[in-house]
Design a protein around this ligand. Structure first.
Ligand SMILES: C[S@@+](CC[C@H](N)C(=O)[O-])C[C@H]1O[C@@H](n2cnc3c(N)ncnc32)[C@H](O)[C@@H]1O
Length: 253
C-alpha cells in the first residue's frame, strides 16, 4: 500500500494543511515561518498581475486539498487531483461539509482529536476533487489559468514527462507554480529519471537547471524563492524542509 493511502498520511496531511499553529508546533520556539505551507503556495506564489478575476485553476497532487481551497479565493473553478483515494475522499468531505474530524499523534498511541475546517469566506462550491494520475490525466480536462504542482515532481516515476505536459495544461499568459524540496528517492523514480541531484559526465546536476531547460521553451520564470515547510509527525518529531518555488508564465502562443 502506498504511504499516501495510510491512516498516518491522512492524519499528518490534514494537520499539515488545516492544523492551527498551536496544534502543529506546540512550543514558543521553532520554525514558525514554515507553517501554513499549502496556504503560502498560493498567497506567496500566485502572480497577481496575471489573475483573470475568474477562470480555472488546477492543483495537481493536491493531497487533502488546502491549496485548492486557497485557489478558490481567486478562481471560479478549481480542480484538485491526487492519486490517493483517501486524500481525495477527505477533500470531498471538506467540500460537502466544510469540516472533518480527525486525530493527530502526540506520542506512541496517544492522539489528540481536532477538526479540519475550510475558512468560512471561501466558496467551497468552486472546488471539486477527483482521484487521478498526474502522469495520465483525463483528456477532457482542458486548459487552466493557473496550475500548482506542490511537492509533486520528486514523487513521480517520470517527472520530465509531467514537466513536458505543462505547456498543454496552462493557457497562454497563465501561470505554473512549481514547488519541491527535490527529495529524489529511488522509492519513487529510478536514478535515470531524476532531474537533478547526481553527477553525470563529471558534472553536478541541480534540479533547477533541468527544470529551467525543460520549461523554457514554453514558459518564462517570473519568481524563484525558498519556501520552508513543516510536517509534524508527533509532538516531538518534525520534518522541516525548504522547497524551491518557481513560478512560470506561459508564453503567448
Ligand atoms: C509530498 S505530497 C504533496 C501534497 C501536497 N501538494 C502538499 O504540498 O501538501 C505528494 C502528493 O502527490 C500525490 N501523488 C503521487 N503520485 C501521484 C500521481 N501520479 N498523480 C497524482 N498525485 C500523485 C500523493 O498522493 C501526495 O498527495
Amino acid at each position: 500500500m502506498s504511504f499516501y493511502e495510510s491512516d498516518k498520511a491522512v492524519s499528518e496531511y490534514l494537520l499539515f494543511h488545516y492544523g492551527s499553529a498551536a496544534e502543529v508546533l506546540p512550543y514558543d520556539f521553532g520554525p514558525v515561518d514554515a507553517l501554513n505551507y499549502p496556504v503560502r503556495c498560493i498567497s506567496e506564489c500566485l502572480y497577481p498581475e496575471a489573475l483573470p478575476g475568474e477562470g480555472r485553476a488546477l492543483d495537481l497532487g493536491c493531497a487533502v486539498g488546502r491549496s485548492s481551497f486557497e485557489f478558490a479565493r481567486h478562481f471560479t473553478e478549481v480542480i484538485g487531483i491526487d492519486y490517493s483515494h483517501r486524500f481525495i475522499h477527505a477533500g470531498q468531505t471538506l467540500v460537502a461539509k466544510g469540516q472533518l474530524n480527525y486525530t493527530f499523534r502526540i506520542e506512541g498511541d496517544l492522539e489528540q482529536a481536532t477538526v479540519a475546517t475550510v475558512p468560512e469566506e471561501i466558496n467551497r462550491t468552486r472546488v471539486q476533487f477527483e482521484q487521478g494520475d498526474a502522469m495520465n490525466l483525463r483528456p477532457d480536462l482542458g486548459q487552466f489559468d493557473a496550475v500548482l504542482a506542490a511537492n509533486l515532481i520528486d514523487r513521480l516515476p517520470e517527472p520530465k514527462s509531467l514537466l513536458e505536459q505543462f505547456a498543454g495544461m496552462v493557457k497562454p499568459g497563465g501561470q505554473l507554480i512549481l514547488t519541491s524540496p527535490y527529495t529524489w528517492l529511488t522509492d519513487y523514480a529510478s536514478k535515470e529519471q531524476w532531474l537533478g541531484g547526481q553527477i553525470l559526465d563529471g558534472k553536478s546536476i541541480r534540479t533547477i537547471e533541468a527544470v529551467t531547460s525543460i520549461l523554457s521553451n514554453n514558459f518564462e520564470m517570473v519568481l524563484r524563492k525558498d519556501l520552508p515547510f513543516l510536517i509534524r509527525e508527533h509532538a516531538r518529531k518534525f520534518q522541516w524542509s525548504v522547497a524551491e518555488a518557481t513560478v512560470w508564465r506561459r508564453k503567448d502562443a
